[in-house]
Ligand binder design. Structure first.
Ligand code: FAD
Length: 288
């Protein structure tokens, strides 16, 4: 079944996100995680595309290796950063050649980092909706897109974000995955805004359990905005006890997942940072 079919099925679609490793030692860790994740038969796994397009070849290589050497369905991320339209076409061609049929179409962050102005490649694309259109034009791909319950940093309002998501659906995207959700109400607000527009697109929440106190700062940077106060408070309360931080982090993530599933979330997308243990613990808490 296709990813959109799995997202419309009664069973929860679980998916897991990895990034392309930099060296042999990290590659071994990744493969260990992939094999563990494979045992629970997730709906799909995805491989990110490095900031500034830096991991282009590694993303292609790792995704196609997963596609060929495991039973998993793969999705490769792709961004517009640093590539002309011709180059984007070539990368999509490489994905197709490797048997990858699912692509998460993203604009990418500005080359100068979050908070700096976005300038498209002179011969490239300005926004993710254009990349969705390009990929759909090139073949039988299933295309997903990004969604931002905490509002995209460059966007004026959540209403604007909802409109952008609808535009991406109109361009041919068949599902969306959110940034890491730390505020369930924010996820529900975005979902309801999109639903109220009359256009439906499944919006899968992204989740990542906090497993170490030091991660709070890093997650805030990754998300481009502060984490929900409730999460910060509960982690701060046990910050001197490493195992308690991990336990509370997994507990919070489990509670958020349970609430979103009860609210009808079509699936859950776990950001693993290439370590599967914590996310698989959340998964076990959910499925028993
Ligand atoms: P867009 O949809 O183009 O939106 C960017 C901004 O432009 C928004 O403020 C939006 O409101 C506005 N906008 C959108 N369309 C239009 C339009 N037609 N006209 C005017 N304004 C518009 N980054 C990576 O580098 N590699 C990855 O692998 C990666 N994976 C991600 C996975 C997920 C699930 C998520 C949520 C994000 C991921 N990102 C990744 C980060 C993402 O690239 C950045 O957040 C980026 O800043 C926005 O990407 P986008 O695809 O949403 O862009």
């Amino acid at each position: 079944p296709s990813i959109p079919d799995l997202l419309h099925a009664p069973d929860t679609a679980f998916s897991f996100e990895f990034f392309p490793p930099k060296d042999d030692a990290s590659e071994a860790i990744l493969w260990d995680s992939i094999r563990r994740v494979e045992r629970i038969r997730p709906s799909f796994v995805s491989v990110t595309y490095g900031a500034g397009g830096s991991t282009r070849d590694r993303t292609v290589r790792v995704t196609s290796r997963i596609e060929h050497e495991t039973t998993l369905t793969t999705m490769a991320h792709l961004t517009c950063v640093g590539s002309s339209t011709t180059e984007l076409r070539q990368i999509v061609g490489q994905y197709a050649g490797a048997g990858i049929r699912n692509i998460l179409a993203l604009r990418g962050d500005p080359a100068g980092g979050l908070g700096t102005p976005w300038t498209p490649h002179p011969g490239g694309l300005d926004h993710a909706d254009q990349l969705v259109g390009l990929i759909r034009e090139l073949g039988e791909f299933t295309v997903g897109v990004a969604a931002f319950p905490d509002k995209h940093p460059e966007s004026g309002s959540l209403e604007e974000d909802a409109q952008v998501l609808i535009r991406k659906a109109q361009a041919g995207a068949s599902f969306a995955i959110t940034q890491m959700v730390t505020d369930v109400d924010a996820y529900l607000r975005l979902r309801d805004l999109v639903a109220a527009s009359g256009r439906s697109i499944p919006i899968v929440p992204g989740l990542m359990p906090v497993t170490a106190y030091g991660q709070l700062q890093r997650m805030t940077e990754l998300n481009g905005q502060p984490l929900a106060a409730e999460v910060v408070e509960r982690i701060e309360a046990v910050k001197d006890d490493r195992s308690a931080v991990r336990e509370v982090g997994i507990q919070i993530c489990t509670e958020h997942a349970q609430r979103m599933l009860a609210e009808g979330a079509p699936g859950l997308h776990f950001i693993t940072m290439n370590r599967s243990t914590a996310t698989l613990e959340v998964h076990r808490n959910l499925v028993g």
